[in-house]
Write a protein that binds this ligand. Structure first.
Ligand code: ZN
Length: 205
C-alpha cells in the first residue's frame, strides 16, 4: 500500500470559538465580491460559516486510536468483515468544495476484531478534514490496518465531487471510484474480487 502521510497542521486550533479573524476573512471575501457585508441576508454569515466549517472539518480533533475499541476474536473468525454503504461528507482540498458519497470498508481480523461501528468512525474522522479521495481511502486503510491490527484491509470509495459537477467539466452525474488494498488484500486478486462481490450485493434487509 502506498503510504501517504500528510503533515497535518491543526486548523481547528485556529477555529476556536468566536474566531474573529476567520469571521473577518469571510467579510473581506464578501467585500471582494462587491457585496455589502452588513446587509441583512449575510451579516450573520461569517458566524454561521465558522460554525459550519468547524463541524465539517471536525475530524482534526479526533483520532482513530482514541475512538477505537478492539475485542478478542473468540471464534477465530478468518473471513472478510465488511461495513458497506458508509455515507461520508468531505471537503476537497484543491477547491474547498464538498465531495461526498459512500465508503465500503472490509478487513480480515487477526487475534482481535474491531467494533463494527469503528469502521464508520474511521471514515468519519478522516473525511472531516481537507482531503482528496485517494488520501481518504489510504488513511482509513492505514488506521484499520495498524490500530485495528488487521491482517488485510480493503477500502472502496464512491464520491461525487462538486468541483467536478458545479464547475470545470460540469459532469454532475460522474462518480469517482477509488480502491485501496493492503495486507492480505494487496496481492490476492481472489480476495479483492470477493470484497467487490460482497459490496455489490444490493439486497435490502
Ligand atoms: Zn476539487
Amino acid at each position: 500500500m502506498k503510504r501517504l502521510t500528510k503533515q497535518v497542521q491543526n486548523p481547528t486550533q485556529r477555529l476556536s470559538s468566536q474566531n474573529l479573524q476567520l469571521q473577518d476573512a469571510v467579510r473581506q471575501f464578501f467585500i471582494q465580491l462587491g457585496e455589502n457585508p452588513d446587509r441583512d441576508g449575510i451579516k450573520e454569515t461569517p458566524k454561521r460559516f465558522e460554525t459550519a466549517i468547524k463541524y465539517l472539518l471536525g475530524g482534526y480533533d479526533r483520532s482513530f486510536e482514541n475512538e477505537n475499541k478492539l475485542f478478542d476474536n473468540l471464534t477465530n473468525y478468518k473471513d472478510i468483515i465488511i461495513l458497506k454503504n458508509i455515507n461520508f461528507f468531505s471537503m476537497c482540498e484543491h477547491h474547498l468544495l464538498p465531495f461526498y458519497g459512500y465508503a465500503h470498508v472490509g478487513y480480515i481480523p487477526g487475534k482481535r476484531v474491531l467494533g463494527i461501528s469503528k469502521l464508520a468512525r474511521a471514515v468519519d474522522i478522516y473525511s472531516r478534514r481537507l482531503q482528496d479521495q485517494e488520501t481518504l481511502g489510504n488513511q482509513v486503510a492505514e488506521a484499520v490496518m495498524k490500530t485495528g491490527k488487521a491482517k488485510g484491509v480493503a477500502v472502496l470509495i464512491e464520491g461525487r465531487h462538486l468541483c467536478n459537477a458545479a464547475r470545470g467539466v460540469e459532469k454532475n452525474h460522474s462518480i469517482m471510484v477509488t480502491s485501496i488494498y493492503s495486507g492480505k488484500f494487496e496481492t490476492d486478486i481472489n480476495l479483492q474480487n470477493k470484497f467487490l462481490e460482497l459490496i455489490r450485493e444490493r439486497k435490502s434487509i
